[in-house]
Design a protein. Structure first.
Length: 210
């Protein structure tokens, strides 16, 4: 099995819980081909008109600007990484109620009709990645699991709606560590319990792969 780990936090694990979740998963996964796609380390210009200009120039055989060439190369690299994966692990924080911008760019690169989904003759969406599985590892300092706060959470919900709802991946596990900033007196226990769950996810997966 090819496992792609999409790492979406460039803060050190000593400061960022989702980075620690990533490290914990990597330390405990065995028996498979595991690749990290670090969205903060990759050259990933923002998705926008420059990309559409590049598409047009390619069709017309025109010369690309440096930015356009970078965009096409970055988009293709993200798509190639996703194509090669049987299982995708998303390790990311909740920042300002949503996902980090580089992770959004990765999604924008791969959210493409004819690649990750398509429309049938009746105009209905058809998922094209139903052969893939996904795992979600997320950290958020506040508490968003309550009925009152849940509608504000647009990170895990977004990833689920995209990779599960649109792309069609089967989400087989998720670990969410929350509340460590909101309740600092309980932070150590909250984080430790969450990291044990990450270990368990990696361990269970490793047993299936051996």
């Amino acid at each position: 099995m090819n496992i792609l780990v999409v790492k979406a936090n460039n803060r050190p694990a000593t400061e960022a819980i989702s980075s620690k979740m990533y490290e914990t998963f990597m330390e405990n996964i065995e028996g498979s081909n595991v690749t990290t796609f670090d969205v903060f380390a990759e050259d990933m210009p923002y998705f926008g008109q420059d990309l559409f200009n590049a598409f047009g120039k390619v069709q017309n055989g025109e010369e690309l600007t440096d930015l356009e060439a970078r965009l096409l190369a970055a988009k293709q690299k993200a798509m190639d990484a996703l194509t090669a994966a049987d299982l995708v692990v998303f390790a990311f924080p909740l920042w300002n109620l949503t996902i980090p911008a580089p992770l959004q760019t990765f999604i924008d690169y791969t959210y493409q009709a004819g690649y990750s989904f398509k429309y049938n003759e009746e105009g209905q969406l058809v998922q094209l990645m139903t052969d893939k599985k996904a795992i979600i590892l997320n950290a958020r300092g506040g508490i968003y699991s309550s009925p009152e706060a849940a509608p504000m959470e647009m990170a895990v919900n977004y990833i689920k709606n995209v990779v599960g709802g649109v792309f069609g991946m089967e989400i087989i596990d998720e670990v969410i560590i929350e509340g460590h900033n909101a309740t600092p007196d309980k932070a150590e226990a909250i984080i430790a319990e969450g990291l044990e769950k990450v270990k368990a996810v990696a361990g269970k997966l490793s047993k299936q792969l051996v």
